[in-house]
Design a protein around this ligand. Structure first.
Ligand code: 5GP
Ligand code: ZN
Length: 128
């Protein structure tokens, strides 16, 4: 299947991965609406809200809570919006939840700097 997010999961396309386990992967959006904009996706391909099962959905939300804590701790966000698109407004047809941080003042940091702050590390090479 020609799915860009399945390719990210199997490593064919690199990503700034923030978290992963057996069920989900979390990575930074390549075209962020604000610093720290991340996507939480199931590792199994589900197209949308109609396809995904409740236990996977619950797990995605558990991870969203963890990522909210991380964003508050590491990037000092002032708010966060969760968006999940379906149908005509969904560009990538692999279920994903957007976590979009809000800042009272735009801090203007780059995606690499965001990654380093979230992961407490220095990135050696840029994966995207
Ligand atoms: P949608 O409209 O489907 O909810 O949003 C898809 C999101 O996926 C967009 O915000 C877009 O920037 C992001 N995206 C698309 N292709 C890639 C990619 O190859 N890597 C990453 N990290 N994000 C992507
Ligand atoms: Zn997929």
């Amino acid at each position: 299947m020609d799915c860009i997010f399945c390719k990210i999961i199997n490593g064919e396309i690199p990503s700034y991965t923030i978290y992963e386990d057996k069920i989900v992967k979390v990575f930074l959006d390549v075209n962020p609406m604000s610093p720290g904009h991340m996507l939480i996706i199931p590792k199994k391909h589900y197209e949308n809200l109609d396809d995904i099962n409740m236990s996977t959905l619950t797990h995605l939300n558990v991870i969203a809570k963890k990522m909210h804590v991380l964003l508050k701790e590491k990037l000092n966000i002032d708010g966060m919006t969760i968006v999940q698109n379906n149908g005509e407004v969904q560009e990538v047809k692999h279920y994903h939840m957007h976590l979009k941080p809000y800042y009272k003042e735009n801090n203007g940091i780059t995606i690499t700097q965001v990654y380093e702050k979230l992961m407490d590390c220095k990135k050696k090479n840029n994966p995207e």
